[in-house]
Ligand binder design. Sequence first.
Ligand SMILES: Nc1ncnc2c1ncn2[C@@H]1O[C@H](COP(=O)(O)OP(=O)(O)O)[C@@H](O)[C@H]1O
Ligand SMILES: [Mg+2]
Length: 231
Amino acid sequence: MNNLIELKKLNKSYGQGDTAYHVLHDIDLEVKMGELTAIIGESGSGKSTLINIIGFLDTDFSGEYLFKEQPIQDLKAKDLAFLRNQDVGFVFQNFKLIRGLSVYANVALPLLYAGKKRNEIESAILAALKKVGLAGYEKALPQNMSGGQQQRVAIARAIVSHPSFLIADEPTGALDSQNSRDIMELFKKLNAEGTTILMVTHDPRIAKACKRTIEILDGRIIADSKGRVAK
Ligand SMILES: Nc1ncnc2c1ncn2[C@@H]1O[C@H](COP(=O)(O)OP(=O)(O)O)[C@@H](O)[C@H]1O
Ligand SMILES: [Mg+2]
């Protein structure tokens, strides 16, 4: 099968000249459709920097990034914005939901950004909420929900437009162990249904539940369990 994501000798520095800080060093990485991959490593090792590049949030790097075999460096800003909206769903440690908006309105956002009409999107929103176990919570406000529920809303928002892959940066970092396990079960279910997932985690139990683990140290990939079967 072809690669969904391929990085070749990718390097990334913050800043320029004497004060430049070289964060990622010669990253070579291939991710295929259907993977469930954990990225682990010490704080400050470059994990968020790497997945922000993979999620098209940061295009200031050298080396090559092929997405579906196309170099993304060749894309215009508007095509990149399209990729960001259509091809990737983001899940963050602190959920990043909009407080004043209902669950329904939060999940609607990617579809509205994509230019879909309000009356066309209801079925997609209800299906995404059902998938994450929150059918019936449309009118709830995120600030009145538990952390685990808020993360489910964020996951519904991430999957509502059926992106090619999900990126999750420490998705269980703000949750207790029971909620962390539940969220991991949800990611496993979504993966079993075909969603490709890349997840940064500090939690060894979460990493163990993934099919593949990549370890980063000081901006270099130092281990990759490619092919290891999930327990
Ligand atoms: N916008 C930025 N400007 C300058 N340095 C940054 C920026 N973002 C992150 N860094 C630095 O890059 C290194 C890697 O950060 P990050 O990718 O956030 O690591 P991780 O997610 O593994 O904790 C850290 O030393 C961090 O301080
Ligand atoms: Mg980070």
